[in-house]
Design a protein around this ligand. Structure first.
Ligand code: AMP
Length: 418
């Protein structure tokens, strides 16, 4: 079932959203992007004459905790949605059941943080540090058992289930995946945000216009290894950028000075190069670097050959030759995936490379390429440089997006499709 096909008139919809927004010390929302991202779905349901039971997590509470209460955001959700959103102080209590049952068409209820219950994630809490393996296993079994009741109860509030929380789609939690089995195929669906995310991932994994270029940046090879290996079977060009660069440089005999490097991954870097060659993938590595004499925005800097970084200096961004090299590859591409900055973009003096990559992607997009940007820091990058409008899609998913690109099945997606 798709959300556009479904008529919510007279139906109660349990909508799992990702309202995990940042709050300041006075519980003001500092960035409401995630709430806004769910609005099209919520508004469509209300406009149809349905009612909303909204479920979300906020932060990583280990139990009930005021600072993680969703009560702090109800007023803002009401304002954005244009209807007075009711609140249930406990997603499992009498109140939640009664308030859901009493909802009339066009009305909305926000449930308290689902993660106040260990059952949401299905992981035991409060285990003693010295718990034996047996105790751990028993606690795990107990929470898995009670998770069934928890999930069933959430499902009982509604007639249909809508998942619009892409950010948690890689987790098999009660409200993100397990709940779906209480609804038949005709009564469960993705929300609009989730649909867009799934479509964007599908485009870079299955509907590829070539050349396909992936730009993988960030700090460590180890955290990107599975994605890189999966991408080697798909892309025409794989650009390696960011801190990962220096593991490759060192593995190939270059001098990297104090640059970030994973010494236990040198063989892996060489193996990835070999795999690329065997698969006919153009692995593009940096040729020069902007180096610094300390890890700080105000450090002294110079541009050098990436293989000749002097002792005491470290590479914090790519240099102009590399920018040009990367930009040329990017501009000649028809499908582009970008994950991870080319340097320490948090320091203004080391943003140039990431900006250049972003601008090249925007230009390629103007010329008809499909470009997907995602995974934490690259989203921060395109936002920082005001380039978000110029790319085809900016994903809201961090871990979820990366797992999808690794080729893994995401439980939140599978549960709807089953
Ligand atoms: P990731 O979370 O793996 O995508 O890594 C993003 C982080 O990598 C950012 O915080 C960057 O500051 C960092 N990073 C990128 N390039 C470098 C570099 N050359 N040296 C140290 N850290 C880097």
């Amino acid at each position: 079932m798709t959300i556009d096909q479904f008529n919510f008139a007279g139906k109660k919809a349990f909508v799992r959203v990702d309202f995990n927004v940042p709050l300041d010390e006075n519980f003001n929302i500092t960035d409401d992007t995630r709430i806004r991202a769910a609005l099209p779905t919520l508004k469509k349901i209300l406009a149809d004459g349905g009612s909303l039971i909204i479920g979300s997590h906020l932060g990583r509470p280990k139990g009930v905790a005021d600072k993680f209460s969703l009560k702090h955001i109800v007023a803002h959700v009401s304002e954005l949605l244009g209807v007075e959103v009711q609140f249930a102080n406990d997603c499992m209590g009498e109140e939640a059941a009664a308030k859901s049952a009493a909802l009339k068409p066009g009305e909305a209820l926000l449930l308290e943080n689902l993660r106040f219950y260990a059952e949401e994630e299905g992981k035991p809490r409060g285990l003693a540090e010295d718990a034996t393996d047996e105790e751990k296993a028993a606690a795990k079994k107990a929470v898995k058992e009670s998770q069934k009741e928890f999930t069933k109860k959430l499902a009982s509030y509604a007639d249909c289930y809508v998942n619009d929380a892409f950010g948690t789609a890689h987790r098999a939690h009660a409200s993100t995946a397990l709940i779906a089995k209480y609804f038949d195929k005709d009564n469960k669906m993705f929300g609009y945000l989730m649909e867009k995310e799934v479509k964007a991932v599908d485009k870079v994994l299955n509907d590829i216009h070539r050349p396909f270029t992936a730009i993988m940046g960030g700090s460590k090879v180890s955290s990107k290894i599975e994605i890189i290996e999966n991408l080697l079977g798909k892309v025409d060009n794989l650009i390696i950028a960011g801190g990962m660069t220096y593991t490759f440089t060192k593995a190939n005999g270059g001098n990297i000075g104090l640059s970030i490097c994973e010494d236990d991954k040198l063989d892996l870097a060489l193996d990835l190069q070999k795999q690329a060659k065997e698969k006919g993938v153009n692995l593009v590595l940096a040729v020069d670097a902007k180096i610094a004499d300390s890890f700080s925005n105000d450090a002294n800097t110079q541009f050098v050959d990436v293989n000749e970084i002097p002792d005491g200096w470290e590479g914090l961004d790519i240099g102009p030759k590399t920018e040009e090299l990367f930009a040329n590859v990017i501009k000649g591409s028809k499908t582009i995936l970008w994950n991870g900055p080319t340097g320490v973009f948090e320091f203004d003096n080391f943003t140039h490379g990431s900006r250049a990559v972003g601008e090249a992607i925007v230009e390629a997009t103007k010329n008809g390429a499909f470009s997907l940007v995602g995974g934490g820091d690259s989203v921060a990058c395109v936002n920082k440089f005001g380039l978000a409008q110029g790319v085809s899609y900016v994903s809201t998913g961090g871990g979820a997006l990366l797992e999808a690109i690794e080729g893994k099945t995401l439980p939140g997606i599978a549960a709807i499709n089953e």
